[in-house]
Design a protein around this ligand. Sequence first.
Ligand SMILES: *Cc1c(COP(=O)(O)O)cnc(C)c1O
Length: 427
Amino acid sequence: MRLVSMGSRTLAILGGTPAFQQPLHVGRPNVGDRRRLAARFDEMLDRGWLSNNGPLVQAFERELVRRVGTRHCIPTCNATVALEVTIRAMGLGGEVIVPSFTFVATAHALQIQGITPVFCDIDPASHNIDPARVEALITPRTTGILGVHLWGRPCDTGALARIAARHGLHLLFDAAHAFAASHEKTMIGHFGEAEVFSFHATKFINTFEGGAVATNSDALAEKVRRMINFGFQGYDSVIALGTNGKMSEASAAMGLTNLDSLEEFVAVNRRNYECYREQLDGLEAIRLLDMHSGEPRNYQYVIAEVDDSGGGLTRDELLSVLHAENVLARRYFYPGCHRMAPYQRESAAPGGWLPNTDRVAARVLSLPTGCAVGPHDISVVGAVIHQALAERARVRAHLAQDPPPQAARPLATHAAGPPGRSSGPVD
Ligand SMILES: *Cc1c(COP(=O)(O)O)cnc(C)c1O
C-alpha cells in the first residue's frame, strides 16, 4: 500500500475540511451474514422461546466449547455480570489483586460486592499486570488475583499461577479482549480457575450484549449456571443466592452468526493492523504495539503509543488532530481505574503510585479498525498523522490558544458506555 498524498491540504484542526465526512470509529460492530441472522430470528420467533437456555443459547455454548476446548463455556448477558458471578462463585472476598490499566468493569465487578480491588502496576512493554509486583501487594486479606489479557495479548499466566499456588490464592482472568486467542499453544479460556469473555457490541465477536465463563471445573460451572439463573435448581427450588445473568436467544442468534464469520473478522483486523504498521513505520513519535505472535490472535485492537519526548505531539494533541478529521480514536483505558472516582481514595498515596500505569495511560491511543475500516481509510489516517507531526509547531500553537472542548470534558468513557456509543457518534 502506498502512502496517500494529501497534497497541500490544511489539517481540519487548523481550519481545513475534515478528511472523513463520516466518523471513523473504534469498535464499530462487526456483523456476519444478515440473511442467516434473519433466518435465525424467524425460527426463534416461530418457536416462541426467547430466553431461559433456549436452543440458540445451547447451540452457541456448544460452538464456544468447540472453539475454546474448555469443558464449559457458559453464555451470559454480559461480561461484567459474568465476572461478578464468577468472583462470587469462586468464593473471593477481602482483597483481590488486579491491574488498574483495564476497562473499569474489571474493578467494579469486585468493588460492587464489597471486595477491595488492590491495584497492581503493569509491565510497560506488555501493558499487562506485572507479576514481579504482585507479591508485595499480598496481605492476610488477599484471596485472589484477577489478571486481564489486555488488547488480547495474554498476560504472564505462568508467573501468576506460580504466585497464586505459593500463597494459596484463587486465580481468575478477565479475557474480555482475548476470545479466539491462544497462549503457549493453549486457547485462552483454560488458564486459572476460569476466564471471562465479552461479546459486547464493540468487541470483535458480538452478541449485542453478552459474555461467557470458560472453565474446566465442573463444580464451578454448576455454581455459575445456578447463579446466573436466580439460584434455581429445577423448576421451583431455589437453593442459593443468584441473579439474572442469562444470555437471550436473540443474542445467541447474533453470536452464532458472527462465529460463522470469525475467521473473516480476524483476517480483516489483521490486514488493518498491518496497514497501520506500514503507514506508521519509521515514525519515532508513534509506535504500534506488536500484536503478532506465533499463535492465534484476534487483532481487534490497534494500539499506538504516542511519544512526545523527541518534541513531537502529545497523545492528547494528536487525539485532537484526529478528532477534528473525524477519526474517533480513543484513549483506552485512561486514566486507569485507580484515578476514577470510586477508587481515588486508594490512589491518594503520594510518590508516583502505579508509575507505569500513569505513563502508559497518558500515551496510548486506540485506532479505528474492524470491518467498517478499510486500507484506504487507514492510509488517510496515516497521512493525517504524518502531516500533524510535520506541522506540529502550528498544531501546538493552535491548541495552546484554542484548547478543544474535549480537554475540559469529563474522562472519555469506554465505548461500552451509554446506548449508541458502539455504533453511533462517540463523542
Ligand atoms: C468490555 C470489557 C468488559 C466488560 O464487558 P461487558 O460485556 O461490556 O460487560 C470487561 N473487561 C474488559 C477488559 C473489557 O474490555
